[in-house]
Design a protein around this ligand. Sequence first.
Ligand code: PMP
Length: 408
Amino acid sequence: MTINSFLARRVLTANPSATKAVTLKAKQLRDQGRDIITLSQGELDFDTPQPIREAARTAMDQGQTRYTEVAGSAELRQAVQHKFQSENGLNYSLDQIQVASGAKQILFNAFQATLNEGDEVLIPTPSWPSYPEMVRLASGEPRLLRCGENAGFKLTPEQLRAAINDNTKWLLLNNPANPSGALYTQSELRALGEVLQDYPQVWVIADEIYEHLRYDDQPFTSFAAAVPELSERTLTINGLSKAWAMTGWRVGYCAGPEPLIKALNLLQSQSTSHASSISQAAALSALKQPHTFITECVTELTRRRDLVVASIQQIPGLSCRVPQGAFYVFVNCQSLLGQVTAAGQTLDTDQDVALYLLEEADVAVVPGSAFDLPGYFRLSYGNALPQLEEAMRRISVACNNLVAGDNV
Ligand code: PMP
């Protein structure tokens, strides 16, 4: 028996994380002694703030080492309830809130809990590559809706209306967005919401994990607050990973209609049981912290963003929009396609460009096709300024070393 006949079909057809694949290749090169700068990962280089780490230590010492409630400890859910109320103007009962092992786990469980074969999930792209894979793993059909640069990488109401059919179950809205850094305004959210009011079978997942990482004092409105008419069919997902530099702790949370949260709890009770009790204690502390850390993060990330954007604008063949949220720049590299490297290789695709930057500039970025938008690459500015400066210098040298191909 071959291993492939042993593995489940749904696993054989799923793709591994594209961003993790680039990061892995970068690591392999680094292990060979190469000085690779990794701008491919979705995390910040900051340490989790000290008081949060301390809260985890105290929890361990005080015996918070046992099972908690499936949905998360009541104290933590109260803190989440308070967060939604005070920051987003959303009112939920404790039974409408679930804590899980990361926003990713919630997304995974939400699809498992709701999708039957043939059910469609609308995913505006460029988007986080895990969304379509998670939908497929739940026997659903991802419907990728390309949102081009001219539309600010954002879904338009017309596009949404044209994509809905009888099988549509969810619209997945990631705001602010990975990888584009796009941020929807309240009126843009309302316009999308108005379309959905005509289609009562379509629910909304609002993935707002990057809520706090916004620039230039841009306001943020949670989808359920912008379109209260749809709150009975909106699942709002958020977490601690990005805003509090807590990616490894694996805590996310969500709120939505009680029957859906019940279904998520059922799945969680038969799989992970709940998020780690230690991580829950850390999350509780994070939700009670003043936002000084986040403000400092955003100030630092603004410097990094501005440096990266200014550098891109100087490099022939590259261009980008200024991201308004998250910590990625989605770089247009269409003008590089067709150009030829010093070794005589023509760069035909964004994958060729990413590979060229990895091999020639020792900089790891993720090709746009991984996010369903070829002709771009995503560069994360989670790294410190000196590293970013060096990375941009190397990318500039590599791009300047290209020569026009015959077909340019
Ligand atoms: N949603 C988006 C858009 C993300 O980029 C990520 C992390 N890369 C997640 C969710 C997952 O976050 P968590 O660490 O809470 O699972």
